[in-house]
Design a protein around this ligand. Structure first.
Ligand code: IVH
Length: 665
């Protein structure tokens, strides 16, 4: 073949594959067999490899690149990614419609578009001159993460569109129920931990560092909004334009003349729900006209022109085979219902939480009973009641558990608490739970140290404490002798451990597993105290004065550091080189630096959280209660008792406008 012929063949192959991808992944119709498709693809790969000058950015082969060394850098959203208010019944929908009418000029009757609310995660796809250049997660709505490399593997997303243009497309990435079930089946066979639901896998998959692995966990997308350059003046026309541009748009969407019409359609949407190959948790109802949407605007983080109508929780009934007790990382022992497997809302359920013993008593749930289970908006199914057939003779009432099912030590039941606790710090279940949490994604994110490996290493005596993780490299040669592991996997694990040493203070603090200290609280504490020493020596009162940190958190933090085990662990982690300082950066002198502020009432231009963040970033402190140490109270609308207290104590008061004036440009 001449060079010219090669180029032509490459162009032809590209176009063919693009066409087959579109038909298969967007329109759900296969035009050729898998074998034919694979042959064409292989031919293109080969020709491009031999003639790299002819590779274009939008060649189908470019969906799989290997470059994720940079991780997932932050992306500022050009248009904020909003969330939706929820409605649960007709009354609330009519209220919503009334607020819409109130926000529009008289006599303007809004039309509505109804779309399925796909249960996945939202992404923004950015196109420049018609070329797909970037994909970002929602993040906090203002700043998301760059997941371009992984999103590119989704074959229904066009890498380029005809007609060019600079625009942003938003949609929901999800995993089909069947793909999810198969994936879990494979994991079960390999003894790996199962994924909770398709949404979790979809979001986990987008964060994998290996795009090849991503492409093996096929994800899908439905797009639902178009921003930037476009001719659309309504949501309905935007959906049409998106279809014309060959994006994948859900076909069930409907245009309605009134809210009454919307309500009439809801049962149809809800009935079809189970037939869909993907999970939906409701419908989204949007004002059709963009002009009207703009007139209505947003409240805080959600638009006034749209709302989500949530479907009722899915129910099923099945037999309760047994109640088992699970010991968590904090020692809390909780009952779990082991059920005869039953299919409910997209997945097979064989376990459900029973919360605590009081709950079992209250609902009088007994082994052998036919129980009702429910899967609500959240993922963990729960047992909601008993429904035994007539004439069924029940087993004895359940008895409270006395000893830890794992280490057999006596359980305690602290006053005012419903939970039972195993107080044995060395209980293997707690040890495993603490280490698993430490290594988990939101914490130190140690690749290769999942629950199966943690269990094994604890059982073999290599890990007793999370600080032991950083000593593993000393026994690398021994680890490499363990059956099931190769040299390579141990090397990878050790590399993952080494890499985790760069995690910032807030992640390390979260990883310690202090009761009630979630990722968000850890961030607030890290920002406020700046290093671990200050936090360790802080009193309950000092911790409680941090904005939005309540008494149970401050009590738990102080107790945690009273425990010698924990202090020793922190010392060892420090010696291993983990970061226990640093998020507090020196700020230049300004009005806020060093002063304490109390926020009260509703602010009109930002949320209290946002205001608090600004103050903290400027070196100020925030507190939830007014005292003589309070520098200023910032009072929004309908401020109540805190404002009175400030007046009593003679604390200076700032209005929202004054506060904003004091903020630097
Ligand atoms: S519209 C302001 N349409 O639901 C507009 N969202 O709580 C917000 N979602 O973050 C998005 N299907 O992840 C819209 N057809 C749909 C949707 C949808 C699913 C998700 C999306 C969003 C969340 C809103």
């Amino acid at each position: 073949m001449s060079l010219r012929q090669i180029e032509n063949r490459i162009i032809e192959l590209r176009e063919l594959i693009k066409k087959y991808d579109y038909h298969y992944y967007v329109l759900s119709e296969a035009l050729i067999s898998d074998f034919e498709y694979d042959s064409l693809y292989a031919e293109l790969v080969k020709l491009e490899k031999e003639n790299p000058v002819f590779v274009t950015f939008d060649s189908p082969t470019q969906r799989l690149s290997s470059d994720l060394t940079g991780g997932f850098p932050p992306v500022s959203h050009k248009y904020q990614m909003l969330s939706l208010s929820n409605t649960y019944n007709e009354g609330e929908l009519l209220d919503f419609a009334r607020r819409v009418r109130d926000g529009l000029p008289e006599l303007e009757i809004p039309e509505y578009v109804v779309e399925y609310k796909i249960d996945g995660l939202s992404v923004s796809l950015i196109y420049e001159n018609g070329v797909f250049v970037k994909a970002a997660t929602r993040g906090d709505g203002l700043i998301g993460e760059d997941v371009t490399t992984n999103v590119k593997t989704i074959k229904s997303i066009p890498l380029s569109v005809e007609g060019g243009g600079n625009f942003e497309v938003r949609g929901e990435i999800y995993m089909e129920k069947e793909v999810f079930e198969k994936l879990n089946l494979r994991r079960a066979e390999r003894g790996e931990k199962l994924f909770a639901n398709p949404r979790n896998v979809a979001s986990g998959t987008l964060k994998l560092l290996d795009p090849k692995q991503v492409s093996q966990r096929p994800l899908q997308i439905y797009v639902y909004s178009l921003l930037g350059e476009s001719n659309a003046d309504t949501q309905w026309s935007a959906l049409q334009i998106l279809k014309d541009k060959k994006f994948r748009v859900n076909n069930y969407s409907k245009l309605c003349n009134s809210m009454v019409e919307v309500i009439e359609l809801l049962s149809e949407f809800e009935e079809k729900r189970d037939e869909l190959p993907y999970e939906v948790d409701g419908v989204v109802i949007k004002v059709n006209s963009f002009r009207q949407q703009n007139l209505l605007g947003n409240v805080a983080k959600s638009p006034r022109w749209a709302t989500a109508f949530k479907f009722k929780a899915k129910k099923a009934q099945t037999k309760l085979l047994q109640i088992t007790w699970q010991v968590g990382r904090t020692g809390a022992v909780t009952p779990v219902a082991e059920l005869e497997p039953v299919f409910l809302a997209g997945s097979t359920i064989s376990r459900a939480t029973l919360h605590n013993f009081d709950e079992i008593k209250r609902k009088d749930i007994r082994t052998g009973d036919t129980v009702l289970i429910e899967k609500g908006g959240d993922v963990i199914p729960k047992v909601t009641g008993v429904n035994n057939p007539e004439g069924y003779i029940r087993n004895e009432e359940e008895k409270i558990l006395e000893n830890c099912p794992v280490c057999n030590s006596k359980l305690t039941n602290p006053v005012n608490e419903v939970a039972l606790y195993c107080e044995n710090y060395d209980c293997p279940a707690q040890v495993k739970g603490r280490i698993e949490h430490f290594a988990s994604r939101g914490a130190m994110d140690i690749e290769g140290l999942g629950s199966a490996i943690v269990d094994l290493f604890v059982d073999l005596g290599y890990l007793k404490n999370y600080a032991d993780i950083y000593d593993l490299q000393k026994i690398a040669s021994e680890l490499k002798k363990i059956e099931r592991f190769g040299e390579k996997s141990i090397d990878n694990l050790l590399a993952g451990i080494e890499k985790s040493k760069q995690k910032p203070f807030s992640k390390v603090l979260f990883a310690l597993g202090i009761r009630y200290v979630g990722a968000g609280v850890a961030q607030k504490l890290a920002a406020h105290f700046g290093n671990i020493e200050k936090l360790i020596s802080a009193t309950e009162e000092e911790i409680g004065s941090v904005y939005e940190i309540g008494p149970s958190i401050s009590n738990s933090v102080v107790n945690f550091f009273k425990d010698e085990h924990n202090i020793t662990a922190v010392e060892r982690l420090k010696a291993a080189g983990l970061i226990f300082t640093g998020e507090k950066t020196e700020v230049e002198d300004n009005f806020f630096k060093g002063k304490t502020f109390v926020l009260t009432g509703t602010l009109s231009t930002m949320s209290r959280d946002e205001a608090a963040e600004k103050i903290i970033n400027l070196g100020g402190k925030t507190s939830s209660s007014v005292s003589k140490n309070t520098g200023y109270v910032i009072a929004g609308e309908s401020a109540g008792s805190k404002l009175d207290k400030a007046n009593q104590l003679g604390v200076k008061i700032l209005t929202e406008a004054e506060f904003i004036k004091l903020l630097p440009e």
